[in-house]
Design a protein around this ligand. Structure first.
Ligand code: ADP
Length: 613
């Protein structure tokens, strides 16, 4: 009982979400189910009248009844079908919106929460279960079937009780006693209870078996999903597969999965068939009992022959409604059980609360950022990656951040951009803890090109404008500044050319070209603080020197931060900080640090020969 309550609690939550998405879909379903029930019961009533009229030789009345029957069937059937067509398209929308909800939640999460491995797992599992069970639209259909079954049971039981209460016409003897209301009620109650108990038992047994088979298949399914997502449709994998001639091995793996899948579907069919057979048996026993009772009533003169068909119909409706009710619950249980992960994902709390103070809009770009004794370790890690970082960024200055791999440079930037929060200490903007600011507003002050920058399979202009309004003259200006204008001009559709071949027949671009577009994106944002994290890693040294020179001019009047392994970039900066094991170990100008002969000078000298410095 408790399980039933928790399933419906979950189910109603989904129904509320569906209703919020589209307020018409549930009322339309309810209307349709009322129409379908009306069609059944009006049909039963009119058929009974028609038979009675025929048996009484009242042919005129019989013709009217037949006309009503035809008209009612046509009208109700047509209205039902029109509704079904309407909500079938709405159903597809609900099915699709489920995927949108998943993404909306990802966007609403803070970056630190989003990075957790269980987030990706929950998304994958939610999508897979939705694909396998049909998702929220299927859940809605099951609820409608349950509702239909409940109404059907109420209507059929009231008709059956009516039948039971019909008194035999003066008949005594065995038939008369058997057709007596009290005995009929007893018989019907026994039949109904027996039928419910058997159906419930059959269903729970087979549903448990189905779930068992499904769960056993989950592992195999995951293996195949991996193959589909990471092996077949993946360009990088495509290269390795060809170079190492892995095709046969992969096809053998696929064939193995297909074999397992065939066995799984065969097992699922066997369980389904066994459940159907058991149900048919229960239904047949019940139907025989129902026919016998109705026949007894006719023989005893309690009801007419027409009413006999009506009652038998009602009894049959009761049988099938009971089964639908139990089956609907079973299906609901299956969906809700597999959707638990989806709800858990929606309920995941952000690790950090967002502040609400707006960031002051300043035309003078005077945004002062400072780290106050900041230490940081990544979630789930014991090691501090940044240790007691105390640093004030010079307004409109050019800062170079250097250090060996893993020294903490990128982490320093991620904290500055508020992708993570300090474990200790605080970061301030114009003296206020950045946690107090509205997150979106705070991020608006940064234009960043990350080391692992990402372009999307969207048109070029969307990649560069990145959510800001399209202004072609500005797009061309920043493309020019990032040395990517010729590249885009030579593309067939210019700014409207799609990148990559994932969606449209887009163009493939090299790592260096992609990096230039990413630089253009950072410039288009025109943010007061520009951060370039290894922005030139994919560029050759000449192009790199050009980018730095150009950027030096472009970020004039802005605060800029450069992270680079290439020490030559530091020459363009007013200040340099050197990271080592998460600490700032040196700071100063190029000349100062070079003269100090420390870590910086060592790194510079190691590279000087390549840069001819
Ligand atoms: P750098 O940019 O100087 O090369 P990073 O800031 O990227 O260094 O990395 C500093 C340290 O933090 C490294 O030891 C790295 O392994 C670790 N690290 C980076 N990202 C994560 C992460 N998401 N989770 C856990 N540890 C990380």
């Amino acid at each position: 009982m408790r399980e039933l309550a928790s399933i419906h609690k979950m189910g109603f939550r989904f129904l509320k979400m569906i209703h919020r998405e589209d307020s018409a879909i549930i009322p339309l379903h309810l209307l349709e189910l009322c129409l379908s029930l009306a069609q059944i019961y009006v049909g039963l009533f009119l058929t009974a009248n028609l038979i009675d009229a025929l048996l009484a030789g009242e042919y005129r009345s019989a013709i009217w009844q037949a006309g009503y029957l035809l008209g009612a069937n046509l009208l109700l059937g047509l209205a039902g079908r029109l509704l079904q067509r309407r909500f079938r398209s709405l159903g597809t929308r609900i099915w699709l919106v489920f995927y949108v909800w998943l993404r909306e939640k990802v966007f609403a999460m803070d970056y630190e929460s989003m990075e957790k491995p269980e987030v990706a797992e929950k998304i994958l599992f939610s999508e897979r279960t939705s694909d396998m069970y049909g998702g929220l639209d299927t859940l809605l259909n099951h609820y409608c079937n349950i509702m239909r079954a409940i109404l059907n049971i109420a209507l059929s039981v009231s008709l059956v009780v009516h039948l039971c209460l019909a008194r035999p016409q003066g008949g005594s003897g065995l038939v008369g006693s058997l057709a007596d209301p009290a005995f009929s009620l007893l018989l019907v109650a026994a039949l109904l209870l027996g039928m419910c108990a058997c159906s419930f038992r059959t269903f729970t047994r087979f549903a448990a078996k189905q779930l068992e088979v499904f769960e056993a298949h989950t592992r195999e399914e995951e293996e195949f999903n991996y193959m589909l997502n990471n092996v077949f449709g993946n360009e990088k994998a495509g290269k390795i597969i060809r170079i190492y001639s892995m095709e046969d091995m992969i096809m053998e793996n696929t064939a193995r999965f297909q074999g397992k899948s065939r066995a799984y579907f065969a097992r699922m069919c066997d369980v389904g068939n066994a459940a159907d057979n058991a149900n048919n048996l229960v239904n047949s026993v019940f139907a025989v009992g129902a026919y016998l009772l109705a026949a007894l009533k006719v023989v005893a003169g309690a009801v007419t022959v027409g009413a006999f068909t009506q009652y038998v119909g009602a009894l049959n409706q009761f049988g099938s409604a009971c089964f639908s009710l139990i089956a609907g619950h079973g299906e609901l249980r299956k969906i809700c059980t597999t959707m638990t992960d989806f709800l858990a994902f929606l309920d995941m709390e952000n690790l950090h609360a967002s502040g609400s103070i707006p960031v002051e809009k300043r035309d003078d770009g005077e945004y002062e950022l400072a780290f106050e004794n900041v230490s940081f370790r990544y979630p789930g890690s014991e090691t501090f990656v940044l240790k007691n970082v105390d640093f004030k960024l010079r307004i409109k200055g050019k800062l170079a951040v250097v250090g060996r791999n893993g020294a903490g440079k990128t982490t320093f930037i991620k904290l500055l951009c508020r992708l993570y929060e300090p474990t200790e200490g605080r970061i301030t903007l114009n003296g206020t803890d950045i946690r107090k600011y509205d997150e979106e507003e705070y991020r608006r002050i940064f234009g960043v090109v990350f080391q692992d920058f990402k372009l999307f399979a969207f048109p070029v202009w969307e990649n560069v404008a990145a959510g800001y309004e399209r202004q072609d003259h500005r797009l061309w200006t920043v493309l020019e500044q990032a040395d990517a204008a010729d590249l885009v001009r030579n593309m067939e559709n210019g700014l409207d050319t799609w990148l990559y071949k994932n969606v449209e027949d887009g163009v493939e671009i090299s790592g260096g070209e992609a990096q230039k577009l990413a630089l253009a994106r950072a410039l288009y944002k025109d943010a007061p603080v520009v951060i370039l994290d290894e922005p030139t890693a994919a560029l050759d040294p000449k192009a790199e020197a050009e980018v730095y020179e150009r950027f030096g001019q472009l970020v004039e009047g802005k605060t800029s931060i450069y992270i680079s392994h290439r020490m030559s970039s530091c020459r363009f900066c007013d200040e340099i900080i050197v990271f080592q094991d998460g600490r700032i170990v040196e700071r100063g100008s190029h000349e100062e640090l070079f003269a100090a002969g420390g870590c910086y000078a060592e790194m510079w000298n190691a590279q000087a020969k390549y840069y001819n410095a």
